[in-house]
Write a protein that binds this ligand. Sequence first.
Ligand SMILES: *Cc1c(COP(=O)(O)O)cnc(C)c1O
Length: 473
Amino acid sequence: MDPQDWEAFRADMHRLLDQCVDQLHSARERPWQPVPDAFNEAITIPDQTTGEHGAVMDRLAQDILPQTTGNTHPAFFGWVHGTGQAMGLASELVAATMNSNCGGRDHGAIRVEQEVIRWLCATAGWPANTGGILTTGTSQATIYALCAARLKRFGAAVRTRGLHDMPRLRVYAAKGAHSCVVKALQVMGHGTQALKQIPLRDGQMDLDALREALRQDRDAGIEPLAIVATAGSVNTGTFDDIAGLARIAHSHGTWLHVDAAFGYWIRLADAPWRALADGMEEADSIALDGHKWLGVTYDCGACLIRDQAVHRATFAERPEYLAAQSKGLAAGDWWPTDYGTELSRGFRALKMWTALQTHGPEVIGAVVTDNCKQAALMGALAEASDLLDLACPVVSNLCVIRPRQGDPAALAAQLQLSGEAVFSTTTLDGAPCLRAAIVNHRTTSDTIRAAVTALERAVATAPEGGALPAGPA
Ligand SMILES: *Cc1c(COP(=O)(O)O)cnc(C)c1O
C-alpha cells in the first residue's frame, strides 16, 4: 500500500498541499454551494482500482475539496459551526503522518493531550489536581460527565448491577438546553423522563423554579443526579447564572455540569461578555468544544471532570491485554481509555494544541469579543430595519431575527443558495425565526452589514406571510 515511487508521491503531495492552501486562502470568496448533480456518481467506489496515488490525489482536489459545508466562509452563521484555523491543516498533516493511537501507553501524543487538558482546566479556573479527556464533541462529553455524576452518587455498583437497584433519577436543565442532555439520559438508560426542563426567567434558568422542582422530586422519592447549567444556549446565546446554580447544587449535594460547548471561550473575552461564564470554576464537570469558537478542525471537544478519581472509576477497565507496565511503551500512568468509552482514538489533541500554541488567550479572546460585538451590530441593524424585528435581546454571539414578511426557512434557503449568507432557523415563542450564531474569525462588521442588507432585500420581495418561490438554482 505504500507508493511505488516516493519521489512522485512527494511531488503529488506538494501539489495537493498547494491546492489546499489556495482554497483556504480564498475561503472568503467561497460560500457554500449545493452539491452538483454529478457528485454521487463521481464518488462511487469502483470495483477495480489502479492503486495509483497521484490519480486519487487529483480526485481529492477536484471532486472532494470544493464540496465544503461552507463554514469556512465569513458569512456562515448557521447552527454553531466553527470556521477552522489555517493551522489545522498543519496539525492534521502531522497527525496523519504519526498515526498515533491515543487510547493509552507512553508516547508523545498522550503527553500532548495531558498538556491540552491541563490548559483547559486552568482556563476554567480549576485547581491543578483536576483533569478530563478530549472527545468528539460536547455530545460525547455530556454522556461522560453524567456517567461520572452517576458513579459519584451511586458508587461502583452502577458498573456491576447496572440500573437494577437504582431509584428514579432526575437531571435539571433550563428549557432550551441542548438536545445532547436528553440524548445522554436516553443512552444511559434513564429515558427522556429523567430530564426536568426548568422554565426561564430573563433568559436564565429560574432558580426558584429549580428549587421547587428539587423539593417536589425529593418528596416523590426521585433522586437529583445533576443540574446542567447552560453556558451559551444554542437558541439564543444566553448563559445561566452558573454561580447561583453552583450554590443550589452544593446545598443539595448534587453534581453541577456546565454545557459550555461554545460558551467556554467567553472566559477569554473582554468585559462585559467575560462575566457571563463566571461560576464555571465551581462546576463538577464541563463539556466544551474546540471545533466551534476556537476553530479547531472537526472534530474536537473535551470533557473536564473535577474529581479525577471518580472520572477514572467510571470508565477504567483493564483486562490482561491492556496491563500497564513500569517500563517501555506499555508504561505511563495516564491512559485515556481509563477515562472514556473508546480504546483506539486519534490524535485529536494535536489540533487543539496547535490552535492554542499558535493563538494565545489574547487572540482567541479578541475573536470572541469581536463576534459578540458583531452579533450586537446585527441586532441593532435588525431593530432599525422596517423589514426585520429582533426576536430576543442579543446577550453574546447569537442574534435571532424575525422577518416582518416571508417564511424564515424559505428566506434562509434563498440566501444560502445565492451564496450571500448562511442563517439557520429556529422557533421562538411559537414564531419561526432566522438565527445567526457567530463563531467565525473571518466575519467582520462589513460581513454583518452585507448579510443584513441581503436579508432585507429578500424580505422586501417575499410574499406576505407565505412561502417563497424556490431560490435561484
Ligand atoms: C453544539 C452544541 C452541543 C453539541 O456539541 P457537539 O460538539 O456538536 O456534540 C451541545 N450544547 C451546545 C450549547 C452546543 O452549541
